[in-house]
Design a protein around this ligand. Structure first.
Ligand code: GDP
Length: 380
């Protein structure tokens, strides 16, 4: 009897083990579309989906214009892909969506990890949705460039918002240079707007150059700060402070309220020392609590006050035009760079030239000129 029981348990365990997809010899990892970087982990419990076939440009455009989030998401994947055939289709989709875009308020949100960006975006987003708006949240994560890790994408973020029909949340494109990642986000904005999302958040982490990229694609730039560290001012890089149209001090709740108010006073005083920005708007400083939803309406009143102000004085349109010009040149720069560095012959030549420079046989400038001349000769 004992023997029978043991055999049964062994058999039961074995068959249970076989149920695990990772034990299935046919299982060979998560399928990742060509041209998209391999994610850092794979989930063996995910059911395999049939390979996605590309739709026609018309189908994508029709789907996007009718507000279909699945098709929008697929089109954004094309935008993010570096495969030439995907890129070609993506550009055609963007071109056709362009006349339907532009009709939104674009808000950039930045702050150091832990300052409460996701909690705040959840609360800000729900505030907008409750007022009948549609919100898309995009991100630019500079950490993905070097480490392929992600500061913005790992945890479950924006829990309430992610369940909402009228919200579209997309993590940062992960592959490529910061400029490339930012361009993809800029293009995705066009698609989201064409799909009817009239508010757009572009989130980034307050640790590097990504703020400049976000600033060049939004109408309002919001900096989230924390109080109570004693070094409110030292913690903010001057450049970021200058970009901000509004600074909001989060976690103004419980024991933290006094500290938050003090930080607000300090920041307001510090801002007086800065020259008035081109917009003519003096950046405001507010306190709020994203978690307890205190002061959310005031933050939005500030943003809308700003939008009204810059629409009236013409800065809103001027800035958008400047941004369009900026992205034209960014795209040219990126494509020139990609064309050059991805050329296999040039790649080989660069290895040789690099060696010559390292051995002091050639100056950096001569080597650069030779490489560029070789490229131009090929292009002629
Ligand atoms: P992120 O890294 O900037 O996205 O920050 P998170 O939104 O993940 O928040 C980091 C931590 O701060 C979490 O534990 C949140 O619960 C907490 N937090 C966020 N907002 C508030 C707030 O308004 N008040 C308090 N007390 N805690 C908050």
């Amino acid at each position: 009897m004992k023997y029978l029981c043991r055999s049964f348990i062994r058999f039961f365990n074995l068959s249970r083990k076989m149920e695990h997809p990772e034990n299935d010899p046919r299982y060979n990892g998560l399928k990742v579309n060509k041209g998209i970087a391999q994610p850092p982990s794979v989930n063996p419990y995910l059911k395999r989906r049939p390979k996605q076939t590309l739709r026609s440009v018309e189908e994508y455009v029709k789907g996007i214009l009718s507000g279909d989030r699945v098709i929008l998401s697929q089109a954004v994947t094309l935008v993010e892909s570096s495969l030439p055939e995907h890129q070609e289709r993506a550009q055609a989709i963007i071109e056709q969506c362009l006349p339907y875009s532009g009709n939104s308020i674009r808000v950039g949100i930045t702050g150091v990890p832990g300052c409460g960006k996701s909690t705040s975006i959840d609360s800000f987003g729900m505030y907008l949705l409750e007022r009948g708006h549609k919100l898309a949240v995009l991100a630019i994560d500079p950490s993905s460039e070097r480490s392929r890790g992600s500061i913005l994408g790992d945890k479950t973020r924006m829990e309430k918002l992610s369940m909402e029909e009228n919200a579209f949340i997309r993590p940062s494109p992960s592959a490529g240079s910061l400029g490339g990642v930012a361009r993809k986000t800029r293009e995705s904005i066009v698609l989201c707007e064409a799909a009817g999302f009239n508010y757009l958040f572009v989130e980034t982490v307050g640790v590097g150059q990504s703020e400049t990229a976000v600033h060049s694609m939004v109408d309002f730039f919001l900096l989230i700060q924390l109080a109570g560290t004693g070094d409110e001012l030292q913690g903010i890089k001057r450049g970021i402070m200058e970009m901000a149209d509004g600074i909001v001090i989060n976690k103004a709740d419980g024991d933290n309220i006094d500290k938050a108010n003090m930080a607000r006073r300090q920041l307001r005083n510090a801002l007086h020392l800065y020259p008035l920005p081109e917009s003519g708007w003096s950046p405001e400083v507010l306190t709020y609590s994203g978690y307890y939803k205190i002061g959310i309406a005031e933050v939005w009143e500030m943003i809308h006050r700003y939008i009204d102000f810059v629409k009236q004085n013409g800065y809103f349109d001027r800035k958008r035009k400047e941004q369009a010009k900026y992205w034209m040149f960014e795209s040219i720069n990126e494509q020139l760079r990609n064309g050059f560095y991805r050329d296999p012959e040039i790649a080989q030549l660069l290895v040789r030239l690099e060696e010559e420079v390292l051995q002091d046989r050639k100056s950096s400038f001569t080597a650069a000129r030779e490489a560029l001349e070789a490229y131009y000769r090929k292009k002629r």
